[in-house]
Design a protein around this ligand. Structure first.
Ligand SMILES: [Zn+2]
Length: 172
């Protein structure tokens, strides 16, 4: 049975924002892949439940839309080895490929009340629109001063700046 936490308890919303905006280290990312997850990292729902997307084993949390992989490793073995020094069989059954972005996604969910518009959909029944997807990137742009240094290599910042109508000067 899911526990009825208040949002403040689950998300530490009283914490200074800077403390929440700390990118998980490579070591933490590796630990997440090995240990996996049972409660939703964004909304705290436990156990994780939701709807499967068209991508093999991918499930979106029914409450916040956070995507999880539920059938073990789906990362390319070469990348898994190069980045984390892990073998496919060492990866937990349930993890999220978006772990590194959890602080940002959690804040997006808390501040906008919108579901996380991520996940891989091959079919025509994607439960989020292009507009909803863009909303996430506009949010990322709105908090760039807090996150662009830590997440410098994680996002296509130039593309995001174009979406926001404030193209970065690449000569700078
Ligand atoms: Zn959730």
């Amino acid at each position: 049975m899911a526990l009825d936490f208040s949002l403040a308890e689950v998300h530490n919303v009283d914490m200074p924002k800077e403390e929440q905006m700390i990118k998980p280290s490579l070591e933490e990312q590796k630990r997440h892949l090995i240990e996996g997850v049972s409660s939703c990292l964004v909304c705290g729902d436990s156990p994780i439940s939701g709807t499967f997307t068209d991508y093999d084993g991918e499930l979106k949390c029914h409450k916040c839309g956070m995507p999880y992989q539920t059938e073990g490793n789906k990362i390319k073995p070469t990348e898994l080895e190069r980045k984390y020094g892990l073998r496919p069989e060492e990866v937990a059954k349930v993890y999220t490929p978006y772990f590194v972005n959890v602080p940002i996604l959690k804040r997006f969910w808390l501040e906008t009340g919108k579901e996380i518009p991520l996940g891989i959909f091959d079919g025509s029944e994607a439960p989020f629109t292009e507009e909803e997807h863009v909303a996430l990137w506009l949010f990322v742009w709105s908090i760039r001063s807090e996150i662009s240094e830590q997440w410098a290599d994680d996002f296509a910042w130039y593309n995001i700046s174009v979406m926001a109508g404030e193209p970065l000067d690449m000569e700078a």
